[in-house]
Design a protein around this ligand. Sequence first.
Ligand code: HEC
Length: 149
Amino acid sequence: MQKTIITALIIAMFAAVGCTKKEEAAPEVTAPAAATGGGDIGVGPVTSLSLESELKADLVKNGSELFAAKCAACHKVDERYVGPAIKGVTERRKPEWIMNMILNPQEMTQKDPAAQELLGEYMTQMTFQNVTQDEARAILEYFRSIDKK
Ligand code: HEC
């Protein structure tokens, strides 16, 4: 009996996650189908992304606020914390990979070789912070601003 309830709860949780993901659509992302291949763009909803070399100031500001609210519990800019230091991440990883890590951290640490390696090193699973694709894009712009300095 208890087992049935637990199973139902787990199914409900997955269903809820599935629903929220479908609502996230950003115009920049051309192919919304989930990538399965891993590789250096990672695994998740973002399969291609075009960035302008000029930073978008409004996105940087928004991304910095989101980071403070949703990520700073585990990440610092300049030093290792629960997770890796953010500085230099846009040089280590492709922008698509970074967004997929933000939007799909669990599958990333299961299927993407680089994310798997991080999990092995940090021994904590990064959790999805309920950010939309647009919010992840803003955070990416903030990360780009850090590495431009
Ligand atoms: C519960 C702690 C936690 C939270 C909250 C968290 N992260 Fe992470 N993050 C990690 C850990 C730990 C890793 C390393 C991979 C792993 O073990 O899951 C990581 C990895 C990353 C990476 C890859 C870094 C690299 O060097 O390649 C990025 C980018 C990242 N996180 C961004 C974010 C953003 C943006 C947020 C907020 C939306 C966030 N994280 C929230 C713990 C967290």
